[in-house]
Write a protein that binds this ligand. Structure first.
Ligand code: DX5
Ligand code: ZN
Length: 227
């Protein structure tokens, strides 16, 4: 994972077929995905439940690129080791998930993964300022976390620009998560984002049996950025 700011498309398997995660990861990578984004939800930090470290370990052999694990859980710390052992390359925790985000990020790096910090739409950009030396990725949530297919919250574009300014020259990715599609992708990339998570906009219209729409959907996002 050498650092640069070329745009990375990270499909969220929250929008994939839950009965076929391994095959879905292979299908979407075959169609041009750069990373695979894995949304872990606990029914406590967010009002939805998805899957845990055992599922991550099961799909890891089906992922050639980067397994980007987004933890929407509280507490986080008791589970970091398990997600690292499951093969997570990036582990992202929410700044709102507990009182000790700094300790959490240290623990993620200590477990051998890249450390990400996610900000809910209601959390200001300034929350990342004390964390810049221990973070590899800032995830700007552009929907309230918990569900795929929600409407993009436009005020988060300005916040992305502020985060880009705070980060400066540091090798820290800015990831956008929620409502990314060919209409919103150019806005966030212009604001400084370089990792685009997209669930419904990538998986719509396709399947493991017919993955070509995944490729067309990924290309539509990439082309929107260069348009
Ligand atoms: C939301 C998740 C997102 C979600 C994005 O809680 O963190 O990763 O899957 O889905 P779309 O792209 O459909 O908004
Ligand atoms: Zn996510």
């Amino acid at each position: 994972m050498a650092f640069d700011r070329s745009v990375i498309i990270a499909p969220s398997i929250l929008a994939a077929d839950f009965a076929a995660f391994g095959a879905e990861c292979e299908a979407v990578e075959g169609e041009g995905a750069d990373w695979i984004h894995v949304d872990v939800m606990d029914g406590h930090f967010v009002p939805n439940i998805t899957f845990g470290p055992a599922m991550c370990a099961a799909i890891r052999p089906h992922i050639k690129t980067v397994m980007d694990v987004h933890l929407m859980i509280a507490p986080v710390d008791p589970y970091i080791e398990a997600f690292a052992e499951a093969g997570a390359d990036v582990i992202t925790a929410h700044v709102e998930a507990g009182p000790h985000i700094h300790r959490t990020l240290q623990a993620i790096r200590g477990a051998g993964a890249k450390a990400g910090v996610a900000l809910n739409p209601g959390t200001p950009a300034s929350a990342i300022a004390p964390l810049l030396d221990i973070v590899d990725l800032v995830c700007v949530m552009t929907v309230n976390p918990g569900f795929g297919g929600q409407k993009f919250i436009h005020t988060c574009v300005e916040k992305t620009r502020d985060i880009r300014a705070i980060i400066g020259d540091r090798p820290v990715h800015i990831e956008i998560d929620g409502g990314v599609d060919p209409t919103t992708a150019p806005l966030v990339v212009a604001a400084g984002a370089d990792v685009l998570v997209a669930g419904s906009a990538v998986f719509k219209g396709g399947s493991v049996a017919d993955p070509a729409p995944y490729g067309a959907n990924i290309r539509a996002i990439r082309e929107s950025i260069h348009a």
